[in-house]
Design a protein around this ligand. Structure first.
Ligand code: 13P
Length: 294
């Protein structure tokens, strides 16, 4: 079922577990994520950003598809616009039925970030759509931004930001970065800062740049209060590797079976991820009660 991202993350916040937010750019990825969620009895957040939406995952095609897939399952599914920065793109997503939008003003001066996030927040909330903001800046792994402490989130400033913007979830910079890290590198996360942020804010916190973090970091991040983990690079890689394997095993494979192999590979990846971050098994409803009409 399609629900607001706030509904998913409030439960995760209350019960200290993480939910996967997978960038999904086509039917195979969205279906892999949503069917994995159903089988794992887990919530899932399906998302894509502006570049992905412009290049491939067109809003008009993806929204009806995701609504249809979500309506078939009995676990919560949210649809999030990732890293929105353009007012028109964000409002288009709200109008189209996204159940969360992220406004990423993290590269703006602080007051401008507050001002723009607060406007989006008021608009989205008026439409029943929740909002994620970002403070501090999660940059690029290729630029080693993960080690730039100046970009990390300041807990006192974060308290002011949340009070003035009324965001439902906050993306924090604690030592991850977007994209692939140099081979062999595992990022070092600032868990003391995370604990302070959680203690101060007591709200759903988001980890961007989840790919390449390693299981140990992910588990510690969730235990420290991260409730949403954004994953793009690793999910794309799971699809790519499954396709390459299928092609290697059978060089005559046709396109449909390549797509099926990619979907199966991503689904398996998502299921394993859900177990690591603790979202599996959160939505088991017990024995079905069958009522007669008599
Ligand atoms: P990765 O590609 O590093 O997983 O980052 C994804 C992300 O944070 C999307 O917002």
């Amino acid at each position: 079922m399609l629900v607001s991202m706030k509904a998913i993350l409030d439960d995760a916040n209350k019960n200290y577990y993480g939910v996967m937010a997978m960038n999904s750019i086509n039917m195979e990825m969205a279906r892999a994520g949503i069917t994995a969620a159903e089988e794992e009895h887990s919530a899932i957040i399906i998302q894509f950003g502006n570049g992905q939406m412009t290049n491939h995952a067109h809003l008009e095609e993806m929204v009806p598809l995701i609504k249809e897939l979500a309506a078939r399952v009995h676990v919560p599914v949210a649809l999030n616009f990732d890293h929105g920065s353009d007012f028109y793109a964000i409002t288009n997503c709200i109008n189209a039925g996204f159940t969360n939008v992220m406004f990423d003003g993290s590269a703006l001066p602080y007051e401008e970030n507050v001002k723009r996030t607060a406007i989006i927040s008021a608009l989205a909330h008026g439409m029943g759509c929740s909002v994620e903001g970002e403070l501090g800046h999660v940059g690029q792994a290729a630029d080693s931004d993960d080690t730039d402490v100046d970009l990390y989130t300041n807990p006192d400033q974060a308290a002011d930001f949340v009070a003035r913007t009324e965001v439902d979830a906050l993306a924090v910079a604690i030592g991850t970065a977007h994209g692939a890290y140099p081979k062999g590198k595992i990022p070092k996360l600032d868990f003391d800062r995370l604990h302070l942020l959680k203690e101060t804010l007591k709200m759903p916190l988001v980890l961007h740049g989840g790919s390449g973090s390693g299981q140990e970091n992910l588990k510690k991040a969730v235990a420290g209060g991260i409730n949403k983990i954004n994953v793009c690079t690793d999910a794309f890689e799971a699809g790519k590797q499954a396709t390459l394997k299928a092609l290697k095993e059978n060089p005559d494979i046709d396109y449909m079976h390549m797509c099926m192999a990619a979907e199966a590979g991503i689904k398996q990846f998502v299921k394993e991820y859900m177990r690591v971050i603790g979202s599996s098994g959160r939505y088991i409803y017990g024995e079905a009660v069958v009522k007669s009409n008599e």
